[in-house]
Design a protein around this ligand. Structure first.
Ligand code: GH3
Ligand code: MG
Ligand code: MG
Length: 216
């Protein structure tokens, strides 16, 4: 919407300009519409339609800014890799739709468990990555434990049954554990593997000893 204002003395002069303004708007409108469409397309390519969460591409797009901010503020990122425990069983026993319901419910719990500025990413099928901004390790531990407990308490109605699931969580700190961001992600994944190995439904923080001779 364009509003033209003029004093009474200036009204005639402005009225004479209106055809030019109209032409300008007519020419500009399709350009603006295309730009808006491009933005919408870009936004949708960075989001997972099923959960509404951001996807891995979003992280790839945003990572440079993210790292620059950490360095500038000399802050920490809490990096959390999460994976549903024995999820295949849900699909096998109750069907794929029930599995989808669990993933959607989990996504909601994750999003509600962290600050709006934190990143919750659907990293793979039933694997999620959470990045806590400005969060030192002690606080990240607390958030992870809170999330683990919230998921354990979660009840997901699916057809005639109510499903209960758990998650395992691996934690790492950037730049505490690695000065390379993607390596810190890898370390969170290594810790997640340990959480699975040592019984699931647990939070495990990465320690350098986990990155030894063993090939993960
Ligand atoms: P673990 O505790 O070791 O993680 O066992 P798991 O059964 O969860 O692990 P696994 O990797 O064997 O199985 C993951 C399953 O998740 C397999 C795949 O079919 C299912 N899956 C991945 N994405 C989706 C999805 O979007 N919807 C549904 N319903 N299932 C999915
Ligand atoms: Mg799993
Ligand atoms: Mg998995």
């Amino acid at each position: 919407m364009v509003q033209l204002l003029a004093t009474p003395e200036d009204e005639a002069r402005l009225a004479a300009q209106i055809p030019y303004v109209s032409v300008y708007l007519r020419e500009a409108a399709p350009v603006l519409e295309t730009k808006k469409l491009m933005e919408t397309l870009k936004e949708s390519s960075l989001r997972d339609p099923m959960t509404g969460l951001n996807n891995r591409r979003f992280l790839e797009e945003y990572v440079e800014t993210l790292i620059a901010n950490v360095h500038r503020k000399k802050s920490h990122l809490g990096i959390m890799m999460l994976d549903l425990d024995y999820f295949k069983m849900v699909n096998d026993t109750h069907g794929h739709d029930a599995g989808d319901s669990v993933i959607k419910a989990l996504a909601k719990v994750l999003r509600q468990s962290v600050r709006a500025s934190d990143m919750v990413i659907r990293y793979g099928g039933e694997e999620f990555l959470i990045i806590l901004l400005d969060t030192p390790p002690e606080n990240a531990d607390q958030v992870a434990e809170k999330i683990r407990a919230s998921v354990e308490a979660m009840e997901v109605p699916a057809g005639h049954v109510v499903l209960k699931k758990t998650i395992s969580i691996g934690l790492a700190d950037f730049p505490g554990d690695s000065e390379t961001f993607w390596q810190a992600i890898k370390f969170a994944d290594v810790a997640l593997y340990q959480a699975k190995e040592t019984g699931r439904n647990r939070v495990v923080r990465f320690i350098p000893e986990m990155w030894g001779e063993k090939a993960y």
